[in-house]
Ligand binder design. Structure first.
Ligand code: UDP
Ligand code: MG
Length: 333
C-alpha cells in the first residue's frame, strides 16, 4: 500500500498541559516522520487555564501539520476527544492523552495492525508507571464491574489510547449522545478490533486531573448508565425478593396468630427496622431512576456538545453538534 496517500491524524485533548505540548509534538514528529507517514496533530484545548492555547498557536505557526481548537470552556475529556475526532481528516485517527503517558513510539505497531486490516487498534496497558495504588485499584474494580453488568465487551486494561479507522470515526460522528463513554462506544460499534500491548509511562509534566473520587465517580456513572439497565433492574429484583420474603412472613404471622399461644406478637423494633430498610431501598431506587432521568433530560435539551472559541488550521470547524451552521466570521485565526 502506498503510504503517501494516507493521512494519519493524532488527536490529543489538552487541559492545562503547557509543559507537555512541545515534547508531545517533538516525539510525534520524530516517530511519524521517521516512519515516512503523512500526518497531522490535532490538539483540542479543553478550556485550559494555563498557556496551552498559546503553545498550540506557536506550534501551528511553526508547523502547519499541527492543528488546534480551543473550547469556550472546559467540557471534559470525552467531549474534547469527540471534537478532535470530528475535526480530524485522517484515514486513520489515533486518540491519545497529551501527557505522553501513551508513548508515540507505539504508533508504528498500531499502524501495522491497521494496514493488516483492523479497524480499531486499542492500546492494552501491560504495565503502568507513576500512578497511585488507589487509581490502579479503583480502575481495576471499575472495569471488572462494567464487564459484569454491560452487554458490550470493553477490553480490560485499555484506556482511550487507540487507533480508529475512518469508518469507525464516521460511525462515532453519527453517535450524538451527550454522556459519552468512548471506551464503551468504540467496542459497541464493532468492526475488526485488536489490542497492542504497551507500557504506560509516567506523565511527562504537569498534574493528573482524574485523581479524586469526585472526578471519577461521574465518569463511572456515565459509563454504567450509557451501557447498562442493570441498576434499574436492581429495583425490580430487590422488589421480587422482598415480596417473596413478605409472603412467607405474612403466612407465618397468620399461622402463629391462629395456632400459637394467644399472646400478641411483640416486635416494634422489627417493624421499625423493616420500614427503615424498605424506605432506604425505595430512596436508592429513586436515586437510580434519577441518574437515568437526568441524563435523558440532558439528551432532550439537545444543546451543542461543545462550543469553539478559536481554531488553528482547521478550515471550517464545526460549531458543535446540532448547532446551527456557523457564519464565516467566527473562529478567527
Ligand atoms: N483532559 C481534558 N479535559 C479535562 C481533563 C483532562 O482534555 O477536563 C486531558 C488531559 O489534558 C490529558 C488527558 O485528558 O491529555 C488525560 O488526563 P490526565 O493525564 O489528567 O488523566 P490520567 O492519565 O490520570 O487518567
Ligand atoms: Mg495522564
Amino acid at each position: 500500500m502506498d503510504k503517501s496517500n494516507e493521512l494519519i491524524s493524532i488527536v490529543a485533548p489538552v487541559y492545562n498541559e503547557e509543559g507537555v505540548l512541545d515534547a508531545l509534538y517533538e516525539r510525534v514528529r520524530a516517530v511519524l516522520d521517521g516512519a515516512g507517514e503523512t500526518w497531522e496533530l490535532v490538539l483540542v484545548n479543553d478550556g485550559s487555564r494555563d498557556r496551552s492555547a498559546e503553545v498550540i498557536a506557536r506550534l501551528h505557526a511553526a508547523d502547519e501539520r499541527v492543528k488546534g481548537l480551543s473550547f469556550s470552556r472546559n467540557f471534559g475529556f470525552q467531549i474534547a476527544a469527540t471534537a478532535g475526532l470530528d475535526c480530524a481528516r485522517g484515514d486513520a485517527v489515533i486518540l491519545t492523552d497529551a501527557d505522553l503517558q501513551d508513548p508515540p513510539e507505539v504508533y508504528p505497531a498500531m499502524l501495522a495492525q491497521w494496514r493488516a486490516g483492523y479497524d480499531v487498534v486499542y492500546g492494552v496497558r501491560a504495565s503502568r508507571e507513576g500512578e497511585t495504588w488507589f487509581k490502579v485499584t479503583t480502575a481495576k474494580l471499575f472495569y471488572r464491574l462494567i464487564h459484569r453488568i454491560t452487554s458490550i465487551n470493553i477490553p480490560l486494561d485499555t484506556g482511550d489510547f487507540r487507533l480508529l479507522d475512518r469508518r469507525v470515526v464516521n460511525s462515532l460522528r453519527g453517535m450524538n449522545e451527550r454522556n459519552r463513554f468512548l471506551r464503551g462506544m468504540v467496542p459497541w460499534i464493532g468492526f475488526r478490533q485488536i489490542g497492542v500491548e504497551y507500557h504506560r509511562e509516567a506523565r511527562y509534566a504537569g498534574e493528573a486531573k482524574f485523581t479524586s473520587v469526585k472526578k471519577m465517580l461521574p465518569f463511572a456513572l456515565d459509563a454504567i448508565t450509557s451501557f447498562s439497565y442493570f441498576p434499574l433492574q436492581l429495583a425490580t429484583i430487590i422488589g421480587f425478593v422482598m415480596a417473596a420474603v413478605s409472603a412467607v412472613a405474612i403466612l407465618a404471622v397468620v399461622l402463629v396468630r391462629l395456632l400459637g399461644p394467644h399472646e400478641p406478637l411483640l416486635g416494634q423494633a422489627t417493624t421499625l427496622v423493616a420500614v427503615l430498610f424498605l424506605g432506604s431501598v425505595q430512596l436508592i431506587s429513586l436515586g437510580i431512576i434519577g441518574e437515568y432521568l437526568g441524563r435523558i433530560y440532558d439528551e432532550v435539551k439537545g444543546r451543542p456538545l461543545y462550543l469553539i472559541q478559536q481554531s488553528w488550521g482547521i478550515p471550517d470547524p464545526p460549531l458543535g453538534r446540532f448547532a446551527p451552521p456557523m457564519g464565516s466570521a467566527s473562529a478567527g485565526e
